[in-house]
Structure formats: structure tokens, C-alpha cells
Design a protein around this ligand. Structure first.
Ligand code: PRP
Ligand code: ORO
Length: 204
């Protein structure tokens, strides 16, 4: 089995083409994030597989890979990326850092699951942006789509214009339909079908 995610040299990561990066990222997801077994999902549903996105977004090379690829998918007018803690935390950070290296300032916003009860009592962490600023919601894995929707609602309540949702992996279990009904553009870098096809190719 050849898994080429880590065969990209540290020197190549910041500049290698997005096509090469995307293929290497798919290998990395198969290598470190995709697991078969008996899992309970955040929605309460059961599944015979699980994709632990944090193994990728917190991987020493994965963060930059995801950051560059997501940055390239953001509409040009985007000034911020936000997402529900915890899965989105490394995503919004990675995209913001990739943006800074590309001279494209993107403000990262972390949406808490519950407002902090002391100190600032904030439910969104990160610098405030002007009202109606265009913000894209990031998510690591979309199943029903409910988690990213919570981030959409909180960011809208704070006055931002959420222009869409961008995920690392779409499990193809209703999230896309949920967002379509809400009139929200949705894209994922990969579907679970992409993962399974690559997994099979890698294990042939
Ligand atoms: O599309 P959904 O049905 O909402 O499921 C997907 C959500 O589940 C996971 O988060 P989890 O609830 O495990 O929380 P965590 O990120 O805090 O670990 C994942 O990071 C997504 O946010
Ligand atoms: O639905 C979920 O909770 C879920 C599924 C999955 O594969 N990965 C994840 O982080 N969450």
C-alpha cells in the first residue's frame, strides 16, 4: 500500500499545485481519519464507519493542505470564515493562515456551542467584522448538516451575511439537501464516495 500524503516534502506543501495537494489530502484522510466499526453520531444515528476530521486538520501537514484547498474555494468577496467549535476550530485557523501567506486577509471566527457564562459572555470568538460582512461557514464532516447550521444561525444573529458552507467531507446523509432547502450554497472537498473509492484503490 502506498500512501503518498506524507511523501509531499515540507518544502513542497506551500506551493505544490492544488490538484496534487487534493490527491495527497484524500490519501491522508484514508490513512488517518476513516475508521470502520460501530459508532454513534452527533445526531444520535448509528454508523458502521466514522471520519475523524481532527486527525487530518490537526495533522502536521494536514492543516496547511486543508487551509490552502479551502482558501481556494472561497468566493472572492469573503472576509471571514466561521464554524462551530470544535471541529471547525483548526479549519478556520488554517484557512486564515493560508490566506495571510497568500496576501488575502480572512478573519477566523469560532462559534461556541453555548455562550460563555463569565468574562465577555461571547458566543463568537474572534475579531468583530462590520455588519453584513460576507462569511463562509466551514465544517470538517457533514452528516445531517445540523451542526454547521447552528454556526450559520449564530453568525447571522451577530449581523454577518453567511454566503455558504464549505466542508472537508460530505457523508451524503442529508446535509446537502438540508442546506439546499435553506437556500445555502454548499460544497465539500470530498464525498464519502470519494473516500471509499480511494480507500479501495490504496488497499488493492
Ligand atoms: O452534520 P451533523 O449531523 O451535525 O454532524 C457532523 C458534526 O459532528 C461532528 O462534531 P461533534 O458533534 O462530534 O462535535 P465536536 O466537533 O465538538 O467533536 C463534526 O465535527 C460535525 O460538526
Ligand atoms: O455525524 C457525526 O457526528 C460525525 C460523523 C463522522 O463521520 N465524523 C464526525 O466527526 N462526526
Amino acid at each position: 500500500m502506498t500512501l503518498s500524503a506524507t511523501s509531499l516534502s515540507a518544502e513542497a506543501l506551500p506551493t505544490v499545485s492544488l490538484t496534487t495537494l487534493k490527491s495527497a489530502l484524500l490519501n491522508l484522510i484514508c490513512q488517518v481519519a476513516y475508521k470502520e466499526g460501530d459508532f454513534t453520531l452527533s445526531s444520535g444515528q448509528h454508523s458502521d464507519y466514522y471520519i475523524n476530521g481532527k486527525q487530518v486538520t490537526l495533522h502536521p501537514q494536514g492543516g496547511l493542505m486543508v487551509g490552502r484547498l479551502m482558501l481556494a474555494r472561497l468566493p472572492q468577496e469573503t472576509v471571514g470564515v466561521g464554524g462551530l467549535t470544535l471541529g471547525a476550530d483548526p479549519l478556520v485557523t488554517a484557512v486564515s493562515i493560508a490566506g495571510a501567506y497568500s496576501h488575502r486577509p480572512i478573519t477566523p471566527l469560532i462559534v461556541r456551542k453555548a455562550a460563555k457564562e463569565h468574562g465577555t459572555q461571547a458566543n463568537i470568538e474572534g475579531p468583530s467584522l462590520p455588519p453584513n460582512s460576507p462569511v463562509v461557514v466551514l465544517e470538517d464532516v457533514v452528516t445531517t448538516g445540523q451542526s454547521a447550521m447552528q454556526a450559520v444561525e449564530r453568525l447571522r444573529a451577530a449581523g454577518y451575511s453567511v454566503t455558504g458552507i464549505l466542508a472537508l467531507v460530505d457523508r451524503q446523509q442529508g446535509g446537502a439537501q438540508h442546506y439546499a432547502q435553506a437556500g445555502l450554497p454548499f460544497e465539500a472537498l470530498f464525498t464519502v464516495a470519494d473516500l471509499r473509492a480511494r480507500w479501495q484503490a490504496l488497499h488493492r
